[in-house]
Design a protein around this ligand. Structure first.
Ligand SMILES: [Zn+2]
Length: 215
């Protein structure tokens, strides 16, 4: 009996800890690239080595402006301007099988979508934005609890080729922390906003252990 009670107590404590872990006030300003000078981002940067990330220019504009194709090195593999996808996932492995994905949420419209998915017994992947996750933690938890797959779509939805390596780390790690604090789940997949990615951005994303999904 004593053992059973102890187990129940431990379970309750664990649940309380998980739900108490999320604190919206800890997160950076919404809809903007998170600053890279904060202690938390500096700690994340210390944990990875960016020294061997390939060097390609940080592009400008949203959407990025493509320079003449002949000036771009083939090994940059910039999807927006060279239609190059490297080893990004763009199809399902089994012919005739479709992956249903929704980007940019969660928002206040998401519960309606979740109801439709439930009625049709369909599971989907939600590529979520950190900015929207911290504003709608309960809706994110509902997506997760109803068996959908949660993946990253960055913090503030910038074309990633326009950001520095360190800014890309901040975009991904803050989103990762938000999802983890709310669900306890460690995300494994990233979809770059606008599909804007080159081999520099790919290398940074892979340093953080993620698999890249385009379309
Ligand atoms: Zn998007």
């Amino acid at each position: 009996m004593k053992t059973v009670l102890s187990t129940i107590t431990i379970t309750l404590m664990a649940a309380a800890t998980a739900s108490a872990a999320f604190n919206a006030a800890e997160f950076p300003p919404l809809n903007a690239v998170p600053p890279i000078t904060t202690p938390q981002v500096q700690e994340w940067l210390k944990a990875i080595n960016l020294a061997d990330v390939p060097v390609f220019p940080q592009n400008k504009g949203n959407p990025p402006v493509c320079p003449p194709a002949a000036t771009l090195p083939a090994n940059q593999c910039w999807r927006s301007c060279q239609s190059c996808r490297a080893d990004d996932i763009v199809t399902c492995p089994t012919p005739g099988v479709w992956g249903l994905t929704f980007d940019d949420g969660p928002t206040t419209f998401t519960p309606q979508l979740l109801t439709t998915l439930k009625e049709n017994k369909v599971k989907a992947t939600f590529f979520v934005m950190g900015t929207n996750v911290v504003q709608n933690p309960t809706i994110l938890k509902q997506e997760f609890d109803e068996g959908h797959h949660i993946a990253s779509h960055t913090w503030s939805h910038q074309p990633l080729t326009t950001l520095s390596n360190e800014q890309i780390v901040a975009e991904l790690k803050w989103t990762e922390k938000a999802v983890f604090d709310i669900t306890g789940m460690q995300m494994k997949y990233v979809r770059p906003p606008y599909g804007d990615i080159d081999n520099r951005v790919r290398a940074v994303i892979k340093k953080l252990g993620y698999i890249i999904v385009d379309w």
